[in-house]
Design a protein around this ligand. Structure first.
Ligand SMILES: [Zn+2]
Length: 402
């Protein structure tokens, strides 16, 4: 479809923390991008969705996933997980490392092996739009002994992220700082595992002392993935550093509250990013990002519009991605949703503030419909939606991707 119009919008969430909600009533999409907000009322499009006064928000961005081979993950022996996440409103995912490849020997990983693993994953899982999702795969698991040419290979594979997980940061400071430089010279962002040992049993413990000199772009799951750093370290990381801080569904609820409230009180919510840290020991969570929104709002006192901006614009910016914001010229990655029958209040804002999942009707990625009329993972929204494109498809239109 060349042009697509969403009209009759009741709540419009921008994904921009500085102005997270606007009184926009309609959105025109053309050639994968947002062409206009509130175009003239006589605007015609190839297809139209009447949103029935419900909500439009940017597609959610899961900043921490662990893909392996396409839509299959061996961690819970599940097939189709990416499509299930798309039905939970996630349109972009960023790999935090492909460590779950069966048989990978964490104690004997060489520079060539970790680089090749990232390059192969980028060229396979990262090459295809599984269920329409934008999956940034090919995140190297840094190990000692890497040379600059390894980072050239990663850059050629268009890697967006490199990860310290098994790397012995406590004893290899100079080497890590050299890696940081090589990454940044190639536009590759740096993420580090924080907190205690993870399911792998071999991840390196990381708290304030290491973060203070490492200065990553994103400190992963600062409230636990699954074990958080100490409360004292968490407070110091918030107070004494400036990089992005990620909260994941795999974390500790108490530490999450502590971190989010402290960031809010100090006016530092721009540093906050979200992810699920799944598939993994926490499971497969198709509604994981929606649940993060609900937890942020109903437990941590973040407004729903701000929580949405944290899950979209903030998370994209921290990883150097252009999605996550609904503005003219930006990718048309968005979710049309409404409150579920029986939910608190009358709007998506009311629902999220109360901790209730919204019901998803449509998900668009690059202007293409990937969820049409009804998510298979959320309850249906209470309001009815009307899709029209031509006489043949008046009513009951279902779009399936080739
Ligand atoms: Zn992880």
């Amino acid at each position: 479809m060349a042009t697509f119009l969403i009209k009759n919008i009741g709540e419009f969430f921008t994904g921009d923390l500085d102005q997270p909600q606007l009184p926009v009533k309609s959105v025109l999409i053309e050639n994968k991008l947002i062409a206009a907000l509130d175009p003239p009322s006589d605007t015609q499009a190839d297809a139209t969705v009447d949103a029935g006064n419900s909500a439009v928000m940017p597609g959610l961005i899961d900043g921490h996933v662990h893909p392996v081979f396409g839509e299959w993950t061996p961690t819970q022996d599940t097939i189709g997980w990416i499509g299930n996440y798309v039905h939970g409103g996630t349109t972009t995912m960023i790999s935090a490392g492909e460590l779950h490849v069966p048989g990978l020997d964490y104690e004997h990983m060489t520079p060539d092996l970790v680089t090749s693993l990232a390059v192969v994953t980028a060229a396979t899982t990262g090459r295809v739009r599984w269920s329409g999702a934008k999956v940034h795969a090919g995140t190297v698991l840094l190990v000692p002994g890497m040379k600059e040419e390894h980072f050239d290979r990663l850059a050629a594979a268009k890697a967006v992220l490199a990860k310290y997980l098994f790397f012995p940061l406590a004893t290899h400071k100079d080497e890590a700082l050299t890696y940081n430089k090589w990454c940044r010279e190639r536009g590759i962002r740096i993420k580090v595992h924080t907190g205690g040992v993870s399911r792998s049993g071999l991840s390196q413990i990381c708290g304030y002392d290491i973060l203070s000199w490492l200065q990553p772009d994103v400190a992963a799951h600062v409230s636990g993935g699954p074990i958080p750093m100490s409360d004292h370290d968490l407070d110091r990381v918030i107070d004494e550093t400036a990089f992005a801080l990620e909260i994941c569904s795999s974390g500790n609820y108490g530490s999450t509250q502590r971190a989010v409230r402290r960031l809010k009180d100090k006016g530092l919510l721009r540093r906050l990013t979200l992810g699920t840290d799944t598939p993994g020991g926490t499971g497969i969570i198709p509604r994981g990002m929606l649940r993060q929104l609900c937890f942020m709002s109903s437990v941590c006192d973040i407004s729903p519009a701000e929580a949405i901006a944290i899950a979209t614009g903030n998370t994209a910016r921290a990883h150097g991605l252009e999605c996550g914001i609904l503005a003219v010229g930006k990718p048309a990655d968005l979710v049309v949703c409404g409150p579920v029958e029986g939910s608190a209040g009358t709007s998506v804002t009311d629902a999220i503030a109360h901790g209730d999942l919204p019901g998803i009707a449509y998900v668009l990625i690059d202007g293409e419909i990937v969820v049409s009329g009804r998510s298979r993972q959320t309850p249906p929204p209470q309001r009815k939606y009307f899709f029209s494109c031509c006489e043949a498809h008046a009513g009951g239109f279902q779009v399936t991707r080739p």
